[in-house]
Design a protein around this ligand. Structure first.
Ligand code: PRX
Length: 655
């Protein structure tokens, strides 16, 4: 589409209505909004009862100890039973649950019966290793079926998993193991990334060696590479899991039994362990996957491209889709291996019908060129989803046009690690969509956009996004830190959950997300706090001070830009400083993980500070985004910005 055509489309403020065919067959029909509005709790109870409860609940919500919620509290269920066994029991054991494709091209189809056998064996293995309900198990695995099996095995025996993204560093893994006192780590020898074999076990060794709570490390053989072995601690998955009985009787747990902890960045240097429990979480992810992704279990092939290390992988690879008896594609590797048509090749061969991905990926594919998707048959697709960051109208239109062939509704879904499942999204058979807008809250969810004082802004206004009623998938707290939970989410607007996002309502009442309003960056749909990167930088012996900002980036949404003051008043490191800058970038990768590597590092003589010593990030963002500097009169030393601005002009961006 030409730029002009796009401009015209957007100018018209065009609304894309669902086709009549799609609307007629959609899982959610228009009455759903009124039904939820009429009696929200009854609506949620109805969604919950689509799961299998070993013991039904009598109370839907207990909010008496707000903001600590209990949903379906006296109900009992087993999450893994709901995701696996019941589909086998209802006669769908031969349906493929997982169509796995490794990066090198190896394939493995796993039916629901096979998944049940494997999850049962893994559960028995965990029991043999002494894991009991309430224990925490760290999972540090690539995108292979064993990752899903491991998560479900934990859920089955009531152990909480803490999945750590396999791209995180040994130190990031260690601190998460420590925070949750994990007793077991499940990992692999390595993973396939971009045509090479990358080791995973060394990071686990480094983390486990200094984690006294870890009794064992369970290692999946994925790449077959050499690994160091600690015979007192390490066990091959194949040795212990394969010899177990493929039968395990699931125990039922209270609805509020912890299901998992997932760490995410906040505004301080220490990631928060977001706690989710069983019944409410499973209810919300199954419900949203049914109504927003519109899954038809008998005919759809679902593909969510997220990694299980993030909440999207938890909710829309493992729990939502499996609770709904989906057949889904799991892909291990990168989108450009062996070439830039890999995803489209996967869609063609597996006849994927529903694709759920992130705007960063879409923008990357736009940059690579239309010829790659156009070289494959994508006509199996019938619904497209977006998640993780604001999707710009251009990317939205390209997604619709080039990937969806102008025939697929797009759902732009807003939610967070904390919300457990989707909160704001069009319903594909009902809601007309505007390119770039997440449109409205899902049935059962209550939101508002408010000003500084908490007054709703109304249509045409912008402000802060808040969630005004509790919801079943909500986080139950921050692991080990109830005060931080109250303070972070519930103190800014008492009684309401403050999401940390800015939003506006257009004159038609459609909702547009405007990005974070706190010191959290969103890089390729991943949350990283500025403070975390700053702490990593100042832990380098040559760094005295650091300030980090997220600057607009065409592909990744935001890019990390760091301003660094060196120790000993050095303003000009030896040579052109590029060796040191590379070293600092590597240092951040080692401390946190490659995703946190700054895009640019500027060595500066001073940082802009207010007279009370607070760093003025707004000014740094202006510099990083090459804007004219805003008001700097509150600076202790107004000259600082001239020095920094001059630096930025001359410094080349890093690779
Ligand atoms: O800023 C919002 C952005 O991602 C944040 C949540 O990040 P995380 O917990 O890592 O979960 C990402 C996957 C759900 C939000 O506070 N975000 C997420 N989805 C959208 C979004 N921003 C705009 N539009 C979205 N659809």
């Amino acid at each position: 589409m030409s730029h002009e055509a796009l401009e015209n489309l957007l100018k018209e403020d065009r609304v894309f209505e669902p086709s009549l065919e799609f609307a007629a067959e959609a899982n959610a029909q228009p009455e759903i909004y009124a039904e939820a509005d009429a009696d929200r709790l009854a609506f949620w109870a109805k969604q919950a009862r689509l799961l299998h409860w070993d013991q039904d609940f009598t109370q839907v919500l207990d909010w008496s100890d707000a903001p600590f919620a209990q949903w379906f509290a006296d109900g009992r269920l087993n999450v893994a039973y709901n995701c696996v066994d019941r589909h086998v029991e209802s006669g769908h054991g031969d349906q493929i649950a997982i169509r796995f494709e490794g990066e090198p091209g190896d394939q493995r189809n796993i039916t629901y019966s096979e998944l049940l056998a494997e999850v049962s064996q893994a559960a028995n293995a965990l029991i043999e290793l002494g894991i009991t309900a309430g224990d925490r198990v760290a999972i540090y695995l690539p995108m292979i079926p064993e990752a899903i099996v491991a998560m479900l095995a934990c859920a089955r025996i009531g152990a909480a998993h803490s999945v750590v993204f396999a791209g995180f560093s040994a130190e990031a893994l260690r601190s998460r193991i420590e925070d949750a006192s994990a007793v077991l780590v499940i990992t692999a020898d390595g993973q396939n990334r971009r045509g090479s074999v990358m080791p995973l076990k060394p990071a686990v060794d480094e983390a486990a060696d200094t984690s006294p709570t870890v009794r064992n490390v369970l290692v999946v053989k994925r790449t077959g590479q050499e690994v160091e072995w600690n015979t007192d601690r390490d066990i091959w998955w194949d040795d212990i899991v394969a010899r177990q009985e493929p039968v395990h009787v699931p125990e039922s747990f209270p609805a509020e039994h912890p299901l998992f902890i997932l760490y995410t960045s906040g505004t301080t240097g220490k990631p928060k362990g977001i706690l989710h429990t069983s019944g409410g979480y499973l209810t919300q992810v199954a419900y949203t996957h049914r109504v927003a992704h519109d899954l038809k279990p008998d005919t759809d092939v679902f593909w969510c491209t997220a990694d299980i290390g993030w909440v999207t992988g938890h909710s829309y690879i493992v729990y939502g889709p499996l609770a709904n008896r989906a057949t889904q594609v799991i892909y291990e590797g990168t989108p450009d291996t062996p070439d830039q048509a890999r995803w489209w090749d996967i869609i063609e061969r597996h006849k994927v019908t529903i694709l759920y991905t992130a705007p960063t990926a879409i923008r990357t594919f736009m940059k690579w060129g239309d010829e790659f998707p156009q070289s494959k048959d994508l006509s199996s697709l019938r619904l497209l989803g977006s998640v993780g960051e604001p999707i710009n109208p251009e990317a939205w239109m390209w997604y619709r046009d080039v990937i969806g062939g102008n025939a697929c509704p797009i759902i732009d879904t807003w939610w967070q690690t904390e919300t457990g499942g989707m909160m704001i999204s069009p319903l594909p058979g009902i809601t007309g969509t505007k390119p770039g807008s997440a449109m409205r809250a899902l049935p059962g969810i209550s939101i508002a956009v408010v000003d500084e004082e908490g007054r709703p802004v109304g249509n045409g206004g912008g402000g802060y996004l808040v969630l005004t009623e509790p919801w079943p998938g909500m986080l139950r707290g921050i692991w080990g830190d109830p005060e931080r939970y109250k303070e972070t989410y519930w103190s800014r607007f008492p009684g309401w959950y403050f999401a940390g996002d800015g939003a506006k309502l257009d004159t038609d009442g459609a909702l547009w997300l405007l990005g974070r309003v706190d010191d959290v960056m969103n890089v390729s749909g991943h949350r990283i706090s500025t403070t975390e990167v700053e702490s990593a930088l100042v832990s380098h012996p040559q760094v005295a001070e650091a300030a980090v900002v997220g600057a607009a980036d065409e592909t990744t949404g935001q890019g990390i830009v760091a301003f660094v003051i060196l120790r000993g008043g050095i303003t000009q490191p030896g040579g052109d400083g590029s060796a040191l800058i590379q070293e600092l970038r590597q240092h951040v990768a080692k401390e946190i993980g490659p995703i946190a590597k700054p895009r640019q590092i500027m060595i500066v003589p001073e940082l802009p500070k207010t007279r009370s010593g607070k760093i003025m990030r707004r000014l740094l963002r202006d510099v990083a985004e090459h804007r004219d500097l805003g008001d700097s009169t509150t600076l202790a030393d107004p000259n600082v910005m001239n020095l920094i601005g001059a630096k930025m002009e001359t410094a080349p961006p890093e690779d």
